[in-house]
Write a protein that binds this ligand. Structure first.
Ligand code: NAD
Length: 310
């Protein structure tokens, strides 16, 4: 049993070397991230909506739980990686949710990308239940999750950040405490603004280059080595070249993130002229039925605007 109401999650309360982790949300990101923790020796119990993802967790050495309550009851650290604010609220609150069923002193790390306000509210509600919270959204995509090189932007208390750091070190490479609760989400919103605008610029360049009759592969090779090079270009060039829009990061989720950054910027009086245009292009793709495609499918929006058949 625990000896303190705020145990260090890096020392298990039952004497094992590593804390017990509950992982809620085993999707494109959550599955490989939780598997990296299992590979590092953490005992991981998971819950998610798709039975096949629970089977995948068990095959990787984790334990499949039948409910959120069952997953979190014994956990020292609870990690959530679900689509958006409504899902975070659904898994956190209510009689079957995390806060009602977590033990006193547990650390809840929400790695989903959600509104900063939801993170701030969650931290306040959790405090009343004796649960500590960090918002810790990530950047780096599915590949970054698999390769454990994510950027992790964290909001919350410094002591909780220090306690969570060994876990973050397993999942990512660039890990920064950005400020109080919600700060991680604010930085993530800025991240999504930069990524969307960067993809849009690349997509416009691809259509321009192809219509000009230039060899696209050669062009992307040389562009990638100069100031125009970016992680976006490096990671998405294959998607552009092969018109392969299997997600990855779904347009649906980027649409959600463009809404978050637009609202958050409006609240502080920051004006995002280019971001607003790109947000509309993302919304247009979604409205045309491309919401399930990777965000590199912004290329399809530019092609449509340029009169290409897609
Ligand atoms: P996903 O849709 O692939 O996975 C979400 C998972 O959440 C699913 O497995 C689903 O079963 C689970 N879930 C939803 N509601 C639930 C509930 N009530 N109880 C239990 N489980 C529930 O999404 P993803 O691509 O893994 O993204 C997850 C989060 O990470 C999002 O906030 C996204 O914006 C962010 N993100 C994604 C990427 C990426 O490249 N995919 C990169 C960075 C950040």
């Amino acid at each position: 049993m625990t000896t303190s109401s705020t145990p260090d999650p890096n020392t298990s309360s039952v004497g094992a070397a590593l804390p017990r982790v509950a992982w809620i949300g085993l999707g494109i990101m959550g599955s490989p991230m939780s598997e990296n923790l299992i590979k590092a020796g953490y005992p991981v119990t998971g819950f998610t909506l798709e039975p096949e993802k629970l089977e995948r967790l068990a095959a990787a050495g984790g334990t499949a739980a039948a409910s959120i309550a069952e997953a979190v009851r014994e956990a020292d650290v609870i990690i959530t990686m679900v689509p958006a604010s409504p899902q975070v609220e659904a898994v956190a609150y209510g009689p079957d949710g995390i806060l009602e069923n977590a033990r006193d002193g547990a650390l809840l790390i929400d790695m989903s990308s959600i509104t900063p306000g939801t993170s701030i509210d969650l931290a306040a509600a959790a405090r009343e239940k004796g649960v500590r919270v960090l918002d810790a959204p990530v950047s780096g995509g599915e590949a970054g999750a698999i390769e454990a090189v994510l950027s992790i932007m964290v909001g919350g208390e410094a002591a909780d950040f220090d306690a969570a750091k060994p876990i973050f070190d397993v999942l990512g490479k660039t890990i920064v405490l950005c400020g109080p609760h919600g700060s991680g989400q604010t930085v993530k919103a800025a991240n999504q603004l930069i990524v969307a605008v960067n993809i849009e610029a690349c997509a416009e360049a691809v259509v321009f280059l192809e219509k000009s009759g230039v060899d696209l592969q050669a062009a992307l090779d040389v562009l990638g080595g100069g100031l125009a090079g970016s992680t976006v270009l490096a990671r998405k060039r294959g998607n552009f070249l092969n018109r392969d829009f299997k997600p990855g990061f779904r347009i649906e989720l980027h649409h959600k993130d463009m809404g978050i950054v637009t609202d958050a910027a409006r609240a502080v009086g920051a004006v995002l002229p280019t971001g607003s245009v790109v947000a509309q292009l993302v919304a247009s793709l979604r409205a045309q039925g491309d919401g399930g495609l990777d965000h590199s499918a912004l290329l399809r929006a530019v092609e449509r605007l340029s009169g290409n058949e897609v």
